[in-house]
Structure formats: structure tokens, C-alpha cells
Design a protein. Sequence first.
Length: 349
Amino acid sequence: MQRCIQLARKGEGFTNPNPMVGAVIVHNNRIIGEGYHRQHGTAHAEVNAIASVKDKSLLTASTMYVSLEPCAHHGHTPPCAELIISREIPRVVVAVTDPNPKVAGKGIEMMRKSGIDVSVGMLAGEAREQNRIFFVNHLCNRPYIILKWAQSMDGFMDLHRTSLEGKSPVRISNSITHSIVHKFRTQVQGIIVGTNTALLDNPQLTSRKWFGTHPTRIVIDRENRIPPGAALFDGTTPTIIFTASVPDSSWQYKQTKHIVIDFSKDTNTQILDSLYIEGIHSLLVEGGAKLLSSFIDTALWDEAFIERSGKRLLSGVKAPDIQGEITDTKKYLDSVQFYIKSKISRNIL
């Protein structure tokens, strides 16, 4: 099962919104086949594992290990449970059941009714953790939310600036952590900033410094203050704008969608509901401080990556206050990165 989880990780960033899954087939204590879900819309882990077995006659005396319950419904591919049954594999070991209502035990039930010996629960915690985005999606019906910011040693994110000054933001991240941020971006489907961040920083919000796909860029612009010439609207990557009204000049924006929300009500919930409908199941919140704090204050976050630099700013924009379980710390040159988990998603997983 450890090998299943190891294989599944190879699909990270490519299987969204599907889960990462690995499968291993064992005959007489020897691995004869293995596979993983490589990309959304392509063959699942179980299919690839079975296809890799050279002598298919051994399947009828083998055990399949899989890190997530085999599917029981028709999607982009046929049900994996049916394939396992047709291949007469006598025993299947599943790490954890699938939270998707279309599966949710149906695959296990289907196999057991066909006489297959199915056991569930091996390395369940590790398997849930690996697919924490997928589990939160189906259990909470919202995107998985990751907060990210860098702060100085004395707790500031930036100096106070105005759009009229045209000053660049203070560089807090170092060369290594800056690249790691771009790696984060390849692992999520959406990245969001507020109006002030878009106006002051003119960010691209792409993953240009790491191999992988760019996330959908999302910006909150209630009064349509961000000019069409901003980097966010260069037409290279799909962009969503949450606004109070669609501007008459919306035709100028390429690969851009305006979504109207009611700013007199809870905007974060409206944004998350809309993004989930748009198929964005993981969201990286990059700033600014006001937007980050709004997600923290409403307990709408699952994990946070906070970089604390050795630099001191003495004054400026105060970093948000956050409470959670620090599950990991890493040091990169003069910076320390803290990985924090929300109690809410911790209880789910």
C-alpha cells in the first residue's frame, strides 16, 4: 500500500479534479503489475496496473492493492470495479473508501457481491491525507482552500504603498522560496487576489518558474477599477473577475469571465460557491492581507504556507493572525516556511 501511495503522487497536479490513485498487483509475494492515474480523463490506476501485467493468467491468483476505492460508475472511463470483477482478481485491499456519492462504498459492494475478498483501511490516514483536496470537495461541497503569504521577522507583509506611487512590493521571499511558490501554483486549479494587490503589484499569477499548468487567475474587483491593460488580463490564462456589475468594456478582455456577486452579503461564500460550479476545486489565496484575513476570520481555510524571512521591515502592512496546527517547518536560506493545518479540515480527515 505504501507503494500505491508513492505511485499515486506521480499524478500530482495532473489529475484534478480527480483524486490521485495508485494500484499494485501482487502474485506469490511478488509485484507483477502497478499503475497510477496519470491525468484527468485518462485510464485509472487499476486499469493501468492490470495492463502492465505481462501474464494475465496470474490475475486469477493475485491480490490488488489500491489507495482509493475502485469506482463503480461510468465517467470518462468505465467502472474499475467491473474490470476487476471481469479479470477475476480474487482479493482486493483498499486503503480508504471514496467520498464521492457516485462511488461511496458502491465499488466495494459490487466486488464483494461478485465473491471478491475486499478489505478496507490499510494506511487509511495516509491515503486521506494524500487526497485531502478531493475529500474536502465532496464532504464540504467547496474548493480546498490554501492560504499563502511571506512575512518579515517582525510580522509585516509589505511597506505601506499606494497605486499612485508605483513602487514595487518589498521582496521578502528568497530565490528558492519564490520558486516553491510557483510549484504551489501548479498544484491548484485557482489562485485569487484582491483588488489592491492587483492594482499595486500588477501580478501575473502564473507558474512560469515551475513545470506544470497555470491555475485559473481570480480577482475581486467590485468597482471594475483594474485596467484592461493589467497583466491579469493579458489573455494567456483563463481569468475570473468577481464584480458588482459587468463593465461595458468586457469585450476587451480575452479568456476572461465576469461573475456578479452581492457585496452586501458574505462575499467569500458566494465566491467559493461560484468557483465550485466553475470546476475549480482547489484555491490558493495569495493576498493581500485583508483578503487573507477574511478567509481566516470566517474559518474558510484548510491549510496555510507561511514564510517568515530573516528580514525586518519595522513598519508596514501587518501579516494576518492565524491559529492552527503546525505540522511541518522547513528552512530555505534565511527563511523558515511553516505549514499549518486548520482544525476543521483536520477533523474531517
